[in-house]
Design a binder for this molecule. Structure first.
Ligand SMILES: [Zn+2]
Length: 417
């Protein structure tokens, strides 16, 4: 029998399309599935997680009267780039661009944050978490915080990424570092996966997050849909015990009070408002980092989510607080005994200045100098406020001189716009 040529051609095209898919069309996340699989194998995980949830809840109640987010916590990161070839051997610029993206997303200073006219504007939270590449390895030696290793395992089993004995690479003690493995995972549906607290014993070298190589950072080898570093932002949310915003159930509970109930995950870039589960008038908070929308459309954590993450850091992940593996100068500066801070660094559209002494004047003056000492801008920071809208200056490093009649301090900050 002769097969009509057009049928042959159509079959060929169909098969080609079916087998050429090499990137994820919509967001996926395997953290919850991995948690459920590990809980089914080890009943102690459920007990550990129940007890850490109670401790975190108690911490939130005990600390409810004070401002939860008045001190910056810097999380030392180590990036393990396990590469197979030039495709997933990522540049220094790509790897570090992820850290810069995290520092903006977690301080609510990302350029695409909601505008003041958006109904969810007042729900946006600043976690005050910042991230740095580790400057000391577990033996106390100086490190760049980036470890590269050639591998041959294609990681059909994702856990193998985190085990040297299985062709991956053991991480560093997770009570001191956030381990981030970046590699090409041979699974066209894979984007990212993180370990919720309590899966592993405290300090395990297998705890952290895995991110697909082309969804990591904001420059370099990137999938066009996942090119703003939000896969890592979302996964670190899980690492600090955030649930998906729909609670992984139909109209479920994510255990955070200031996120609205919503039916299920959202994909792509939904139109606002998207009403489900009677959540009128504003509908799903699909622009939340813990939904499944595209990178360009997720822009915020809520203050409730920020508080839940801080509670985790003050309980089950408290080793991070005293890690000391970054001096802190990578992202946050200390200046003299007053301990004032500037973040994020590099800065884009917004800059936070915290910890300034009580002003004797209504304004602090903030002067911008180039590295050559030329003053290029000046603006005023009202006493008691801490957020500056950045002036439009060429990218580069500047020295900020902040002063009023009584106080004077300087700090370097990089601007990338
Ligand atoms: Zn997730």
């Amino acid at each position: 029998m002769k097969i009509p040529f057009t049928l042959f051609l159509l079959t060929f095209i169909f098969l080609s399309a079916s087998y050429s898919v090499d990137s994820v069309a919509v967001r996926t996340c395997s953290s919850v599935t991995a948690l459920q699989e590990k809980m089914a194998l080890d009943p102690e995980i459920a007990a550990r997680r129940a007890s850490l949830d109670m401790a975190a809840q108690k911490w939130l109640e005990d600390n409810s009267s004070q401002r939860l987010s008045n001190s910056v916590i810097t999380i030392p990161c180590v990036i393990f780039n396990l590469y197979h070839d030039s495709l997933d051997s990522l540049s220094y610029e790509q790897l570090t661009s992820q850290i810069a993206a995290l520092n903006k997303d977690f301080s609510n200073s990302n350029a695409d944050r909601l505008s003041s006219s958006h109904p969810y504007f007042s729900s946006m939270g600043n976690t005050t978490l910042q991230f740095c590449l580790a400057e000391r390895d577990p033996d106390g030696q100086a490190t760049s915080g980036i470890i590269r290793q050639k591998v041959t395992n294609t990681f059909a089993n994702k856990d193998h990424i985190k085990y040297s004995k299985d062709g991956g690479l053991d991480g560093w003690p997770s009570d001191k570092y956030l381990n981030i493995w970046v590699t090409k995972v041979n699974d066209a549906t894979f984007l990212g996966q993180a370990d919720f607290p309590g899966i592993y014993a405290e300090g395990s070298v297998h705890d952290g997050l895995i991110v697909q190589y082309n969804a990591f950072g904001t420059v370099g080898t990137l999938d066009g849909t996942f090119n703003k570093g939000r896969t890592a932002t979302h996964e670190i949310g899980h690492w600090l015990n955030l649930n998906h915003i729909w609670g992984d159930e139909y109209c479920g509970d994510d255990k955070v009070s200031d996120t609205p109930v919503q039916e299920k995950e959202n994909y792509g870039c939904p139109a606002f408002p998207h009403i489900t589960c009677s959540n009128t008038p504003n509908g799903d908070m699909f622009m939340n980092f813990m939904d499944y929308v595209d990178d360009a459309c997720m822009v915020m954590f809520t203050q409730g989510q920020a508080n839940r993450m801080l509670a985790t850091l003050n309980n089950s992940r408290s080793g991070i607080l005293s890690s000391g593996k970054c001096s802190g100068t990578t992202s946050i500066g200390q200046n003299g005994s007053s301990g004032w801070r500037i973040y994020p660094n590099p800065a884009q559209n917004y800059l936070y200045i915290e910890g300034l002494p009580v002003a004797g004047h209504p304004y602090f003056t903030v002067d911008f100098y180039t590295a050559m000492g030329q003053q290029v801008h000046t603006l005023q920071l009202r006493a008691g406020e801490n957020m500056l809208e950045m002036p439009a200056l060429p990218n580069g490093t500047y020295v900020l001189h902040i002063h009023d009649g009584n106080f004077s301090g300087t700090h370097k900050v990089s601007i990338t716009q």
